[in-house]
Write a protein that binds this ligand. Structure first.
Ligand code: PAF
Length: 259
């Protein structure tokens, strides 16, 4: 496996691409394994993107462990780890990507983290420009992010037939979605966080909220939405339960399909 830092060293023939911010866990391994399904080389990018963190968020504290990440990426089947510096990523001026509606209208992460999707779309666009992927793999755990990236790719034509592949959320044995931020949870908080998993299957917003509050979580939102637009559900169309809540000082997000 190659570890590279410059876009010019990326494979020229296209790739299966897994963008990450490092602190890789089994959820990322699942993405990399899923990407390792064809003759195309699997490229994993590792870049903690400053522009998607608000000033009050954990950019400085975000876990950085490149050596361990390289081992995990290699074990999962990556051929290239692309770890650019901020200077490389933001070297050239780029026109801002117009945000798709799903990045501004649902009032979920877009309301709680108003600058977040601007940062995500622009860095992902830049990484796509560098890597020129054939397929790019995103976890369903960041469900609004997945929908935003799908919409951005439909909206912009410059990545040709790039396909966004959604990979189901990897979970611990207690059902909690794997996330780099779980490292911040105490064992007591981890127990509390199980309420999120239970709430996702209730199928009624009132019941979700009651369960989360009862468990002592500070709920940002606990909603049921149309699975594609993330707006109000439409009779007969797929629905998604979506939660953001703080356990202690750690903000967790999760979601699940509803029947
Ligand atoms: O999901 C993430 O890890 C990040 O938001 C991403 C897509 C790598 C962009 O920085």
């Amino acid at each position: 496996m190659r570890v590279i830092h410059e876009p010019s060293e990326l494979p020229k023939e296209g790739c299966n691409f897994v963008p990450t911010m490092g602190a890789l866990h089994e959820g990322h391994s699942a993405l990399i394994q899923e990407a390792n399904n064809s003759h195309l080389p699997v490229v994993v990018s590792i870049f903690v993107n400053p522009t998607q963190f608000a000033p009050n968020e954990d950019f400085e504290a975000y876990p950085r462990m490149l050596d361990q990440d390289i081992e995990i990426a290699k074990a999962a089947g990556a051929e290239v780890v692309f770890a650019p510096t901020a200077e490389v990523v933001y070297e050239k001026e780029m026109n801002d990507i117009p945000l798709p509606k799903v990045a501004t209208e649902p009032k979920l992460e877009d309301a709680s983290r108003p600058t977040h999707f601007h940062g995500v779309c622009n860095v992902v666009a830049r990484l796509f420009d560098f890597a020129n992927p054939v397929n790019a793999f995103f976890g369903e755990k960041d469900y609004q992010q997945l929908k935003v990236i799908e919409a951005m790719v439909r909206q912009e034509s410059r990545w040709g037939d790039l396909e966004i592949v959604a990979v189901p959320t990897a979970r611990g044995i207690d059902g909690i979605a794997l996330s780099s931020r779980n490292a911040y949870l105490s064992s007591e908080e981890r127990m509390q966080a199980r309420a999120i998993v239970h709430a996702l299957s209730i199928g009624c917003e009132h019941g979700m909220m009651a369960l989360l509050v009862e468990a002592g979580l500070d709920v940002d939102y606990a909603v049921i939405r149309d699975a594609d637009s993330l707006l109000a559900p439409i009779e007969g169309c797929p629905r998604r339960a979506i939660i953001a809540a703080k356990v202690g000082s750690t903000r967790l997000i999760d979601n699940g399909e509803l029947p």
